[in-house]
Ligand binder design. Structure first.
Ligand code: CTP
Ligand code: MG
Length: 225
């Protein structure tokens, strides 16, 4: 199969509050971005990884990514722009499928990635890793308006996997029409394409704040035992 991965890694990490982007923060010996790329490289179906990096990023070229099949491409203003830029950079040699995975999710379980791939390739439809909401969810502003039943609520994770052409056109139209897009699935939903929910581990956290980083250091050490 022809399946390429895109790793959006062009964010500044403002909520982490460092003077460098959070993807270059270390967990043990390696940066978050390296951990993520190593995980994806271990997935047999993934032929190549396109990493969307900010043009003024002075850290990426200093990483040792020999052994890994990666290409640096330019990121964009928002995450969706970064992903779209990466997709456009493959237009000369388009893959059949594209798997998008946040640089900030180095804890993803390789078995979950494989489960997503097998599920989507089996049906021919796109899908995402997601985990069932565990908390009681309240809607409201200063006071509770209602308690939202959680039995049908999922937390969207990455990777998210789609047929390349379908994702390219869905993202392109979403951005052209100024739609709010925080993941690939929302772009596909807008154009009425089915997106499967594939249950994945909830410890596949997106490292966003210093607390997340502390937790990620603990979880990574557990994984590597
Ligand atoms: N990302 C990207 N291009 C952007 C913004 C974000 O490629 N213009 C990437 C980030 O590098 C990250 C992923 O998208 O791997 C998820 O975004 P998020 O967790 O929000 O990261 P940041 O935008 O860097 O963090 P913050 O929102 O706190 O500034
Ligand atoms: Mg962000």
């Amino acid at each position: 199969i022809s399946l390429a991965a895109v790793v959006p890694a062009a964010g500044v990490g403002s909520r982490m509050g460092l003077n460098h982007p959070k993807q270059y923060l270390k967990i043990g010996e390696k940066t978050i971005l390296e951990h993520t790329l190593i995980k994806l490289s271990k997935v047999e179906h993934i032929n190549h990884i396109y990493v969307a990096v900010s043009e003024d990023d002075g850290y990426f070229d200093g990483l040792d990514l020999t052994e890994l099949n990666t290409t640096r491409v330019s990121g964009g203003k928002e995450r969706a722009d970064s992903v779209l830029n990466a997709l456009k950079s493959m237009q000369a040699h388009p893959p059949e499928w594209v798997l998008v995975h946040d640089a900030a999710r180095p804890l993803v379980d390789i078995k979950d990635i494989e489960k997503l791939i097998v599920s989507c390739l089996g049906t021919g439809e796109g899908g995402i890793l997601a985990s069932k909401v565990k908390d009681t969810i309240k809607k409201g502003d200063m006071h509770i308006e209602e308690t939202v039943p959680r039995d049908q609520l999922w937390q969207a994770l990455t990777p998210q996997l789609f047929p390349y052409q379908a994702l390219l056109s869905a993202l392109d139209s979403a951005l052209n029409e100024g739609a709010m897009i925080t993941d690939e699935a929302s772009a596909m939903e807008r154009v009425g394409q089915p997106v499967a929910l594939v249950s994945g581990r909830s410890d596949n956290i997106k490292i966003t704040t210093p607390e997340d980083h502390a937790l990620a250091c603990f979880l990574m050490a557990q994984q590597q035992k």
